[in-house]
Design a protein around this ligand. Structure first.
Ligand SMILES: *[C@@H]1O[C@H](CO)[C@@H](O)[C@H](O)[C@H]1NC(C)=O
Length: 177
């Protein structure tokens, strides 16, 4: 279980190193109402130059272990974007990441979207902490990364009503409504 968190930290450090002195940073889009970069004390540049936050607990990550990788060809996007979304959501920590209706795009970086789905159609929506959504994203990029491309779904830690998906933003079968 420890291997999971050290894997992801290694991956994130690799990404940070690969972009040590970029002159161009990707567009990051966060769902309205989530903590802003400013409130997190972050700029998009920081995602590539600050060390990533580590997973709060590898045993918590393991609770997302019903993850399923999505193998449809057009579903995958670059793992870099998934790791960047993980870093943002993990820094939001205990802040709420609600899905007020059926689906919601929490975070979009490059060709990646992180989508939350109210999978049991709970009236009034469902919500987890952004840190728990981040753990699902981490599980997906640790277990569904094929040659730097990733797509998969996993429940937000401890909340079977909130399914977290990582997809290519142009995937024709995105679970958005
Ligand atoms: C990712 O999607 C591309 C474009 O559809 C496809 O050619 C490729 O095989 C996919 N890669 C994986 C690992 O599924």
């Amino acid at each position: 279980m420890l291997a999971f968190s050290s894997l992801s930290v290694t991956a994130a450090i690799f990404i940070a190193g690969a972009h040590a002195s970029p002159t161009f940073y990707p567009d990051v889009t966060l769902a309205p109402g989530l903590p802003s970069f400013e409130s997190l004390g972050l700029t998009t540049k920081d995602l590539y130059t600050k060390p990533p936050v580590s997973s709060s607990s590898s045993s918590l990550e393991a609770r997302s272990s019903n993850a399923q990788c999505v193998s449809a060809p057009e579903a995958n996007g670059s793992v870099d974007g998934a790791i960047a979304c993980y870093n943002i959501l993990a820094r939001m920590g205990d802040a709420s990441c609600p899905v007020p209706d059926n689906n919601r795009i929490f975070c979009s970086v490059n060709d990646i979207v992180v989508i939350g789905t109210n999978t049991n159609h709970i009236s009034g929506g469902t919500s987890s902490s952004c840190g728990d959504v981040a753990l699902a994203v981490q599980y997906i990029f640790n277990h569904c990364n094929v040659g730097g491309r990733v797509s998969g779904v996993a429940v937000a830690n401890g909340n079977g009503n909130l399914m977290v998906g990582v997809y290519n933003k142009n995937y024709p079968s995105l679970p958005v409504s």
